[in-house]
Design a binder for this molecule. Sequence first.
Ligand SMILES: C[S@@+](CC[C@H](N)C(=O)[O-])C[C@H]1O[C@@H](n2cnc3c(N)ncnc32)[C@H](O)[C@@H]1O
Length: 489
Amino acid sequence: MFSPRYLHMQSRIYVSSKNFNSSFSTSSRPIAKFDVSNGKDSDSQTSELNPKGKHLGVFSHSTVKLPEQLKKAVDKILSSCTDTNLSQNAEILKNHLIFKKPPLTETKLQEIKVRFTEKLSAAHPSPDNSFLSAEDEKKIQNTLKSKIQKVVSQNTYRWKPVIYNEAVALTYLVARIAPEYATLYQIFQEICSRDQNFQPQTLFDFGSGIGSALWSAKSCWGDKKFKEVFCVDSSVDMNNLALALIQGGVWPNKASDFNPIDLDEKEFSSTIKGLYFRQFMPASSAVKYDLVVCAHSLLELPSAELRLQIALSLWRKSQGYLVFVEHGSRAAFEVIMEVRDFLLSLSEGNKESNLQGYVFAPCPNKTRCPRLAETTPCNFEVKYEPLQINQRIQKERYSYLVLKKGQRPDEDLQWPRVVRPVLVRSGHVICRLCTQEGKLEEIVITRAKNSKLENLMARRTKWGDLLPVQLSRPDTTELECTLEDEKNL
Ligand SMILES: C[S@@+](CC[C@H](N)C(=O)[O-])C[C@H]1O[C@@H](n2cnc3c(N)ncnc32)[C@H](O)[C@@H]1O
């Protein structure tokens, strides 16, 4: 089904992302002034912050487990599955998806062709052809052309759609349910924690697959609160599998295979009033949803035009949050940034209030992402319990984007995002941050220069959290002192 050559490539993806220090300037670190009054829990006293150092920028990083109800449904479905190669195929599919890239654009393909032609001509300068007949010269030209074509096709990524039939849908379930549920759960937890008044009643999920978004949203906000859940997935088999999971592992009536599935309260054991599965996006964007999700589906689309078209439709459909998430690879990160910049440009230059919004997470800014100028993607990590029992806890890397409709509220202080693991040393803590100004900065919190509370706050902060600080540049005399202090760390 998928070429096993992807298997041995798995470790390569993490190599560049471990190259943490390259982009964080250490020669002129900014000064961090802790926002202690804003960094405390709203209902706790500053003094209560001291023992724990937990602040409002810290989000949940505990290992995510599938809900019992979902786990039981998965077990039931898999217990009746006769495919003995399921685990092996799941591993192959997982790696295929990790290394998936968007299809090359025609312009990019032409650029590659020109590059290879130039390389080949430089390596084999054409001999004097003046004595050749026109026919022989044509033959040589054709040989060269087919050689170029071969080299180009060997050296370019060939995007192919994954056909999610019943077998692939089951393979996908084994390979991806645990990490995808965990990723969305972690992202939704951040929304819950930063916007406690947000209680979504309607959810729209594009490329809904096995329904991870619905399950994660149910876990974060409670299923009793959802009045409508609208899932769009072009694969009937994916829709059926998602429905089977919701029904506790019972496959839907095969008659529904060829029809869009509508469920009402009677048919669905949960309390969601309207649950819809469709194969196509609704033509109108008149109906709006509180939470709109597009998880691991952008790279499934065959062109950049379609990606942006879908992104715009989803933005129009949203009246609260719009969430994009992809695997934490460079290619996936770039696709997320493409969508971010496109939607932000529409939001900025458009009078239509329905298009206005801002980046809620992870960026504390609307500038061009500083990571686009280098090779490391901006990604985060979630720990999850794998589907197979007795397997150790796993980690999934992901890139994501949460946009929110409307204007950024004044109380949003745009604290910097911690974009790499926090380095906790005996006398100091190093935090690598992406700032409100769209810069990558490194700050050092020391016992000598910072209070006990500030040290605790820094120690409690993890990769992916917000650090409640305001940054400013030291003047040069202060900088000399800082560097001198650092030698003594
Ligand atoms: C990698 S899966 C993501 C699954 C899902 N988000 C989840 O978390 O379970 C991508 C899904 O996108 C669907 N898909 C691909 N192209 C689509 C399109 N044009 N419209 C709707 N769904 C599409 C596929 O059928 C597949 O189920």
